[in-house]
Design a protein around this ligand. Structure first.
Ligand code: ZN
Ligand code: ZN
Length: 406
């Protein structure tokens, strides 16, 4: 049966409602975050705002305190869901390394045998606002990360304009949800200030009504005191975070960049002036998601990568010497820097009149390479392909089968 994209997703995300909502792998922290918001507000409504209803006789204005608290909390929760349950800007993985970036090389061994190899450069330069920026190749996603993109180790995805992974919302903060994240944090700050002020106001009213001291008023409404303490502590976190992100937005920096390139000029590349930076974050159109999690996966036909002529010559030379089978095994032994994506060099291809020797890369193979990457066997040293024992076995048996048929 055809699977949907989210059912075969290689990242660590969690999906609900048939792939309509996407979370990070640590989304279970979300209920705790919800409780930290909803419980204090509920206590505020019951023990503080309820008593303030009749304090302003004209037009029952006291009700507004209760209504504002409830509506503002709903607004904060909507912002939280926008931050947490949507694609933060995941760059879809490639099934194969970008063919146009492959570098073919031929190494000559001591006995004069030529061995073709292919690798992919670790970095490449791209231009951003007229400045050259080096971007890295991501082994897991098999792509050159766009500028400002980073691979989140928790979600196991490359995320555009990666800011950080937020454990409180259980999601990456990136290109598509940074605005909502900031609005969530800053609104939470305002909610804290609101609850704190109204609780303090209620204490003041109790003091005035009972002509007592502040201590007596606090004793009369311990929940007000508890809420004020809670909001005071929470303000240090959310308020501090709001201030920090205001600074980051004004300089057009991400949290990741601010820690990584503290003394580097890289962030200046993106800085378009304070006002423009704010406009970019708050008034630019949110990019549509590059992932359709609910789409059905289409089978991709096998691909063919062509190696230069030298490869063919060496293959032919081997064949002439009657060492065709030996060659495959040798290549596999040399393994480390070989393009052993499938290494199905067979007699038919080597002897026909095609100008190039061809190597097939099929769908499952690409998949198996990717799996190995997670275990670090994708050669990090030079961006070349390593080969696993199972590959060796498979290719050998394949060759044997071919020979048996021939
Ligand atoms: Zn990646
Ligand atoms: Zn993440």
């Amino acid at each position: 049966m055809t699977k949907r994209v989210f059912e075969a997703w290689k990242g660590s995300n969690k999906f609900i409602l048939g792939g309509r909502l996407v979370f990070g792998p640590d989304a279970r922290s979300l209920p705790a975050t919800l409780l930290l918001i909803i419980v204090p507000v509920a206590l505020f409504c019951v023990f503080v705002a309820r008593h303030l209803r009749h304090e302003f006789s004209s037009y029952n204005a006291g009700y507004a305190i209760l209504v504002v608290a409830i509506l503002f909390t709903i607004y904060v929760l909507i912002l939280l869901s926008f931050t947490s349950a949507r694609d933060p800007g995941i760059v879809p993985r490639n099934l194969h390394p970008p063919e146009e970036e492959l570098r073919y090389e031929t190494t000559i061994s001591a006995d004069g045998r030529q061995t073709p190899s292919v690798h992919i450069p670790r970095t490449k330069e791209v231009m951003v606002n007229g400045v050259s920026v080096r971007v890295k190749y991501c082994d897991t996603c098999m792509l050159y990360r766009p500028p400002r993109c980073s691979h989140c180790s928790i979600c196991n995805n490359c995320v555009e304009r990666f800011d950080h992974h937020c454990p409180w919302v259980g999601q990456c903060i990136g290109q598509r949800n940074y605005r909502y994240f900031f609005m969530f944090v800053s609104s939470s700050t305002l909610l804290c200030i609101y609850v704190f002020s109204m609780s303090a106001f209620y204490i003041k009213i109790l003091m005035d009504n009972q002509h007592g001291t502040v201590w007596r008023a606090m004793k009369a409404s311990p929940w007000s005191v508890a809420l004020m303490i809670y909001c005071f502590i929470a303000l240090w976190f959310v308020g501090g975070l709001t201030a920090f992100h205001l600074y980051l937005i004004s300089t057009n920096m991400t949290t990741y960049e601010s820690f990584k390139y503290r003394s580097n000029s890289r962030s200046i590349v993106y800085n378009r002036g304070c006002a423009n930076n704010f406009l970019e974050v708050f008034c630019s159109k949110v990019k549509p998601s590059r992932n359709n999690f609910r789409a059905f996966i289409e089978e991709e036909p096998p691909r063919v990568v062509t190696l230069p002529n030298t490869t063919r010559e060496s293959a032919k030379a081997d064949e002439d010497n009657g060492t065709r089978r030996q060659k495959v095994e040798d290549d596999l032994d040399i393994g480390d820097d070989l393009m052993n994506l499938s290494q199905r060099c067979n007699a038919e291809e080597a002897t026909n009149d095609q100008p190039h020797h061809t190597l097939d890369i099929d769908h499952e193979r690409a998949g198996s390479i990717r799996t190995e990457t997670r275990h670090g066997s994708w050669g990090r040293r030079s961006g070349s392909w390593d080969i696993s024992t199972s590959d060796v076995r498979e290719s050998r048996s394949f060759t044997t089968a071919k020979e048996g048929r021939g």
